[in-house]
Design a protein around this ligand. Structure first.
Ligand code: TRP
Length: 388
């Protein structure tokens, strides 16, 4: 199976670019079910911290699923800048968020996310998410969070020898993201699996204590969980300099593929090579849409009847076939100045309205709204008695 699921099953984006983001979903639902109250559409929520442009590893790890499910589910895509702060909170990092957010949304639109279906939003612009985070903090224990392996990795990667409070709470904030729109499915890469588990625990705990408010969100795993780097390191990552970006042009792709790590024991084309664990073939498997060509290259590689140059040339061509439609969509979006910003801002406003409804329901279920209402009623009576 290639990583181009979205294209193969006919869910290719329409290619039409709409600056207006009024929801077509409501209209359809109304037409189809005029008498009955239409069932709530199931929701997908996922996204990224604004850390930079996206690469092929992001595509197979999560973007492919976003494209695949965007029409079936009502889709929310977060730009998680509050999560970024848990490891990167210098003023200069924050100053880059607007640009990074724009780059990442453009990458996703180019990859095939259709803004008619998916709603992008900036996390920090919805303060009710932080409110929900505060309320959720009491539904999970510190030792539970200390057992989440990704947090220690993130602390180490950020050069911190002690765990920041906010980083320990990373999965709780993520639960607030997922549950603030009552997300039903969460397609994420391996690093985030444990976070979704914490979300499920928080949702169950909330429902147990305060009544059935939340769905228990389901983790959606990717077909390809991790993509090796061009250098053969376990993971493709921009900071390791071993990534092919979705925005790379053909010349850049050619250069990166030419420099890729292959079977180090194979110093001549007539020496039999190993296909398993070989990054060049991992990429052929993931991105080459011509399985017969891949099978033939593997056979000849194992038999010592093909040179690395041919294997890499064919990989370059395959990745270009994969990226070319993205380049076309990218230029369509880029030609319309401010369109990406508009998509983010409209999406944030729409999401905020949804979140406000959910957070109001949460506070009512918890009895928090009631406390202040009692005080308000009494205060009102006192004011009346005084005749003011
Ligand atoms: N934790 C995700 C990352 O690794 C970003 C993120 C924040 C997220 N909130 C989310 C992903 C909610 C899925 C659902 O960048």
């Amino acid at each position: 199976m290639t990583a181009t699921t979205g294209q193969q099953d006919g869910t290719q984006p329409s290619g039409r670019i709409h600056p207006v983001t009024t929801s077509p979903r409501t209209a359809v639902a109304d037409e189809q079910a005029p008498a009955a109250v239409p069932a709530r559409r199931k929701r997908m929520l996922t996204g990224d911290r604004p850390t930079g442009k996206l690469h092929l590893g992001h595509f197979v790890g999560s973007i492919a699923n976003r494209i695949h499910y965007q029409r079936e589910y009502e889709t929310f895509l977060i730009i998680a800048d509050l999560h970024m702060l848990t490891t990167k909170n210098a003023r200069k990092d924050i100053d880059e968020v607007a640009k990074t957010a724009r780059d990442m949304v453009l990458d996703q639109l180019s990859a095939g996310i259709d803004p008619e279906y998916a709603t992008f939003y900036l996390q920090s612009a919805i303060p009710e998410v932080s409110e929900l985070n505060t309320l959720f903090q009491n539904l999970v224990t510190v030792p539970r969070l200390e057992r989440v392996p990704s947090l220690k990795d993130m602390a180490r990667a950020a050069g911190k020898d002690e765990m920041p409070y906010g980083l320990l709470g990373y999965p709780v904030l993520q639960a607030a993201d997922i549950l603030c729109v009552k997300g039903d499915i969460v397609p994420v890469g391996k690093d985030n699996h444990a976070h979704v588990e914490v979300t499920r625990e928080i949702a169950r705990r909330f429902n147990f204590l305060y009544g059935e408010v939340f769905p228990i969100p389901e983790l959606i795993e990717s077909q390809i969980t991790t993509l090796v780097g061009t250098d053969g390191q376990a993971k493709m990552s921009k900071s390791l300099g071993n990534a092919i970006m979705l925005s790379d042009d053909a010349a850049t792709v050619r250069k990166k593929v030419a420099g890729m790590y292959t079977d180090p024991n194979r110093i001549r084309a007539d020496i039999p090579g190993t296909v398993e664990g070989n990054p060049v073939f991992a990429y052929h498997d993931a991105f080459n849409d011509d399985p017969a060509e891949v099978a033939d290259l593997k056979d000849r590689y194992r038999a010592g009847r093909v040179g690395d140059v041919e294997v890499k040339d064919k990989l370059t061509a395959a990745i270009d076939r994969f990226l070319e439609p993205m380049r076309e969509r990218r230029s369509t979006f880029e030609r319309q100045s401010g369109l990406v910003d508009e998509i983010i801002v409209d999406g944030t406003e729409r999401t905020r309205r949804e979140v406000q409804v959910v957070v109001a329901e949460v506070k009512k279920a918890m009895g928090i709204t009631g406390s202040y209402n009692q005080l308000r009623r009494k205060a009102e009576q006192a004011r009346k008695r005084r005749g003011s």
